[in-house]
Design a protein around this ligand. Structure first.
Ligand code: ADP
Ligand code: ZN
Ligand code: ZN
Length: 730
């Protein structure tokens, strides 16, 4: 009797295990990596075959059969399956969910994995040999030949040009036209669309240090404008010439259309774009084209780290310090960290670039795991401006701006330059308060105040998105004098419109950039170079090139100095340096004014006197002394519930279970349960339990055993909980 098989399937469900199914009727036995539609409780889900296992007699009779095979060949190849398995284990997230997250939505939901026809029609040598106007007496055929002399066409193109199938068939039968695959039809005279720039000595040295093949992580550490992108481009060029693909991760594509355009200009090869702003269908195609090896460069945000590559050549992670690489909900992975594992698995080089490398990456350099490639010079047309502190203690402020800042701003505009004002707060005012009784507009669902917005006029909670009308009078005392306290981007924009009526003011924040069209229009206007004031949030720090910005004003740098979050100072320094990097392009003498109430603070002083790396060295020493990441490994167990005692008790019990497995000791520490930084959010009370271990291996071994015990706790079904490995936020 032939062996019968069961299929072990990863199903997108919070249950951390695989499920067995009988193969679907009437189809060949599906292989690992193929998608199936399976019954699951009352639903039908799309799962992925992980393993074929021999059918044993004691298989339970309630075993269900899969409903249908969705692929004729594996959608995930064995390496990609292994990558997803590793990610699932490392982040303690169900494999079915990880595989699902690795797919664009249509494939995740069961759409066919089909690319549109990749066939092109091409004129043959015989066809080319004919004189213009031949074959005689067949006008349509002659016209089609004329069309194909200009280049290959798809069947759809040919139909659209008004030729029937019969004409094409006749020419094919005469041997004048032939079908070729798209890849063959891209006559390959090299990938370059435009000449590379001659590199300066440091760039050349960096490029030479990046190997062509084999695993090697390079940290390309250079200030904004030092020519990092040029090094990526030339490293990619070598891969394209060798017939391989490049995967480029960027923090946010919508914000940096210029970067994508630069890649498309440099190379003639097809470039695929993978990010949430691309419509489902487009993302599906890009994913499948990457997998088929058709797109040679794949540029994408976080989730693109899962993009399949037929001929992997190199992985680039631009702005590696950017926190958007870490997903903050659900599958809480870090795309940057996964890229390291992926490069190792594929045995390809990885280049991470930043002007402000994360302390994690700097520690990896110090430990000899990454090589550091430094670009200290500015490329031809760029000089980074100096940071200048502005002590605003006891100074009169106009909408948050000191006299000195205002003067610098006006002078720059008068010189015909552009000015950037950075405020890390959107909306009009962060606080609406009653002048009589002190009432404040608070979110009913969060421990947070509501922000007043003018466009449109409403109160908005930035933590849960709750919105409400602005009251006419104080709900407590009925007083009618409600004050708007503090300034956000909208208010500063309104202020500049008032004092500089002839100067355009462009606001760039999450509210004003919801429309990509509007953002692009603003970016275009900035590129014209005409004087204007840019007002924006940290969105401005993300890789834009603003060649005519000469003056940058940072309204308030103090937030990061006193936060309980141990990463706050690192993040503040990165933000300041990134924002400052927007100034000082080309021939303009740049100026960056940093307003602070604490200009004598040692951290700010270090940043001003020794730059980012001086401060980073100090912060790394402090982390080492305190045994904080990257000198230890951290995991948070997060829990939230409507009743605070449930979440707290759950974490208390989870801690007891943990201590049964590994009693607290100096190498394995527990902290909590503690309230989260914002204890109440969206009507739920949030707590966390923190684990910190000296050995990553020990922690990784401990986690699955612990989670198994957590799942046994009755409270685990009454609270929402999540494991956050290498958390970025508390
Ligand atoms: P980064 O990515 O570090 O911000 P870029 O690669 O974007 O730096 O370079 C900044 C500017 O300098 C760009 O306009 C780029 O065209 C130019 N540039 C880079 N390298 C060179 C070079 N070797 N010679 C001339 N110009 C260069
Ligand atoms: Zn009042
Ligand atoms: Zn809220």
């Amino acid at each position: 009797m032939p062996t019968r098989y069961l299929l072990r399937v990863a199903v997108p469900s919070p249950i951390r295990r695989l499920f067995d199914y009988l193969p679907p009727a009437d189809s060949p036995l599906p292989e690992p990596g193929q998608r199936l539609r399976v019954p699951f409780g009352h639903q039908q889900l799309v799962g992925v075959v992980v393993e074929q296992v021999p059918h044993t007699e004691d298989a339970p009779d309630k075993l269900k059969a899969a409903l249908a095979s969705l692929d004729t060949a594996p959608l995930f190849d064995p390496l990609q399956m292994a990558f997803c398995r590793w990610a699932a284990r490392y982040y303690q997230y169900p494999l079915g969910e990880v595989l699902s997250a690795a797919l664009p939505a249509p494939l995740r939901n069961g759409d066919a994995a089909e690319l549109p026809s990749q066939t092109r029609w091409q004129i043959t040598i015989e066809g080319l040999g004919l004189p213009e106007g031949a074959p005689k007496g067949a006008r349509k055929q002659a016209q089609l030949l004329t069309l194909l002399r200009k280049g290959t066409r798809s069947a759809e193109d040919i139909a659209a040009a008004g030729f029937s199938k019969a004409v094409l068939k006749a020419l094919t039968e005469r041997g004048l036209v032939e079908a070729v695959s798209l890849a063959e039809s891209q006559t390959f005279d090299g990938p370059l669309g435009e000449a590379p720039l001659p590199l300066n000595a440091e760039q050349a040295e960096a490029l030479a240090a990046i190997p062509d093949t084999g695993y090697c992580v390079s940290l390309l550490d250079g200030v904004t404008g030092s020519g990092k992108t040029e090094v990526y481009l030339q490293a990619i060029q070598r891969q394209l010439e060798a017939g391989r693909q490049a995967l480029v991760l960027v923090p946010e594509i919508g914000l940096t259309p210029q970067t994508v355009a630069r890649f498309q200009r440099r190379f003639k090869v097809p470039v695929g774009i993978l990010h949430s702003g691309v419509a489902d269908g487009g993302r599906n195609q890009a994913w499948l084209r990457a997998r088929a090896g058709l797109d040679r460069i794949i540029i994408g945000t976080r989730s693109a780290v899962f993009a399949p590559l037929k001929h992997p050549g190199i992985i680039i992670v631009d702005e590696e310090h950017d926190t958007s690489y870490k997903q903050q909900e659900g599958f809480r992975y870090s795309a940057r960290d996964l890229a390291v594992y992926r490069a190792h698995q594929l045995q390809v080089p990885l280049v991470m670039g930043s002007a402000t490398p994360s302390l994690e990456s700097l520690a990896n350099v110090a430990a000899g795991r990454y090589q550091r490639l430094r670009l200290r010079q500015q490329a031809a047309n760029h000089r980074v401006a100096r940071l200048e502190p502005v002590d605003i203690r006891n100074q009169p402020l106009q909408e948050g701006l000191s006299n000195k800042s205002l003067q610098a701003l006006k002078a720059a505009i008068q010189r015909g330059e552009q000015v950037l004002v950075f405020i890390n707060r959107r909306g009009f005012a962060p606080l609406l308060m009653c002048h009589f009784c002190g009432w404040q507009a608070k979110c009913p669902r969060c421990d947070a105040r509501m922000t007043l917005h003018h466009k449109p006029y409403h109160l908005h909670c930035h933590h849960c998105d709750h919105q409400r009308r602005v009251p006419q009078q104080c709900p407590d005392c009925k007083g009618s004098e409600l004050h708007h306290i503090g300034a956000g981007t909208e208010r500063t924009e309104a202020y500049f419109n008032q004092i500089l009526p002839d100067v355009p003011v462009l606001r760039i924040d999450r509210d004003s950039t919801r429309s990509q069209k509007h953002l692009n229009a603003m970016l275009d206007q900035i590129q014209t170079g005409a004087p204007c004031v840019l007002v924006g949030t940290q969105m401005l720090a993300k890789g834009h090139h603003f060649p005519r910005v000469s003056t940058v004003i940072i309204l308030d740098a103090d937030g990061g100095l006193f936060s309980p979050d141990f990463r706050a100072t690192e993040k503040m320094a990165q933000l300041i340096i990134q924002v400052a990097g927007r100034a000082g392009r080309e021939d303009l003498q740049g100026q960056v004014l940093l307003q602070s109430h604490h200009t004598e603070h040692p951290y700010l002083n270090l940043l001003l006197s020794q730059g980012y790396h001086g401060l980073a060295r100090q912060l790394l020493q402090e982390r080492q002394l305190a045994e904080l990441p990257p000198f230890s490994f951290m995991v948070l167990l997060r829990a939230e519930s409507k009743r605070p005692e449930n979440a707290q008790q759950f974490l208390q019990q989870a801690r007891q279970q943990a201590e049964l497995l590994i009693p607290a000791n100096p190498q394995f520490r527990y902290l909590g349960p503690l309230p989260a930084a914002m204890e109440k959010r969206q009507d739920r009370f949030r707590f966390l339990l923190q684990l910190q271990a000296h050995s990553r291996a020990q922690l990784q071994q401990f986690l699955p055993q612990w989670i198994e015990r957590i799942e046994q706790l009755a409270l685990s079904r009454r609270v929402r909980w999540a494991v956050d490995v290498d958390p970025q936020e508390t």
